[in-house]
Design a binder for this molecule. Structure first.
Ligand code: AHR
Length: 322
């Protein structure tokens, strides 16, 4: 009797969790998926593309419903996306802030809605640290130290430097400059004589380097510090078009460690890249799952990174994941 009832129930009704055909909000076992709203800065660099790919593929692997929004490098677009995540009632909001300031009001709105926030890659400048749960990303000041220490060694403490700065107001541009200058303060014969933003893009890096090379004092330049590899790669093109030998006439150190930088090092055109790891998808979703399970998280997780020179480029190239 019991078995008959159970069988008929199994055939005629669904006693377990319901799964409507094509319902993307539940997984194959009928369990509700975690919904994460992620606001990405844009696609300004090879680093950013690798970062987006790491986040999307990890979400897919874990069956997370990822609401992904590309802000095309505009803070106003990111704020709009964050507000739409509130309206959707997502479980967790994560974002990579294009600049450091101006987030307090929208973060207050998110807090009021009771949605936890994860900062991914870049920090925000807020007075109230309870506006986010955790920040996962690189130590940009340390990256600036590493770039300057490498240059000090390679130039025996003597360099006339041009600097290609990242997006104005962004955490990596502010911190990398700070870190680089902190080390330079110990070397009286190392000076930055030109400094301008190339907005972290290859096209702008090229354009700004062209203008540096056209200035009357261009011949003094012995080194270039680019806040990312894409700008360095653009600058290399500008140097070659001006008849210079990048990596020889002008020493070049940049940050990220993208494949293109390793190719340029193997070709002798770039001297050093300081790694900034974009593959933080796994750490991001570990944090999401910890939040959902109400487990405690550290306020800050620093991503581990290395420094690579020309001599290592050929051996490292096949191993690069981005
Ligand atoms: O925030 C990380 C930086 O942003 C990377 O160095 C740069 O390439 C990117 O656009």
């Amino acid at each position: 009797m019991c078995l008959a009832l159970a069988l008929s129930c199994g055939l005629l009704c669904s006693c377990g969790p319901k799964k409507a055909e094509g319902d993307k909000s539940v997984d194959s076992s009928g369990k509700k998926k975690i919904v994460v709203g992620f606001s990405q800065i844009g696609a300004e660099s090879g680093w950013r593309t690798a970062n987006t790919e790491s986040i999307k593929s990890e979400a897919a692997k874990r069956g997370v419903d990822l609401q992904f929004s590309d802000a095309q490098q505009k803070q106003e677009n990111q704020i709009k996306a964050l507000r739409s995540f509130i309206a959707q009632g997502v479980d967790v909001i994560a974002f990579s802030p294009v600049v450091e300031t101006g987030w307090e009001p929208v973060l207050q709105e998110i807090k009021k809605a009771g949605i936890p926030v994860i900062l991914s890659d870049r920090a925000v400048d807020v007075t109230d640290n309870s506006l986010y749960v955790t920040f996962i990303g690189a130590d940009f000041v340390e990256e600036g130290h590493r770039a300057a220490n490498w240059l000090a060694k390679a130039s025996a403490g003597k360099a006339v430097i041009a600097e290609l700065v990242g997006t104005p107001g962004s955490a990596p541009a502010i911190d990398r400059k700070k870190g680089f200058e902190e080390v330079l303060a110990k070397y009286p014969d190392m000076k930055i004589v030109k400094s301008q933003s190339g907005d972290f893009t290859r096209a702008k890096g090229k354009e700004v380097m062209e203008s540096f090379l056209k200035s009357p004092d261009a011949k003094q330049l012995t080194a270039l510090f680019a806040h990312n590899d894409d700008m360095a790669l653009g600058a290399i093109q500008a140097m070659e078009e001006a008849g210079l030998k990048p990596g020889k006439d002008i020493l070049i150190v940049s940050i990220d460690g993208v494949r293109g930088a390793f190719e340029a090092m193997a070709a002798g055109k770039l001297n050093c890249t300081v790694e900034c790891n974009p593959l933080i998808g796994p750490q991001l979703f570990d944090a999401v799952e910890a939040i959902m399970a109400k487990k405690p998280l550290p306020k800050r997780t620093v991503v581990q990174e290395g420094v690579f020179e020309q001599a290592q480029a050929a051996a490292e190239l096949p191993k690069r994941k981005y």
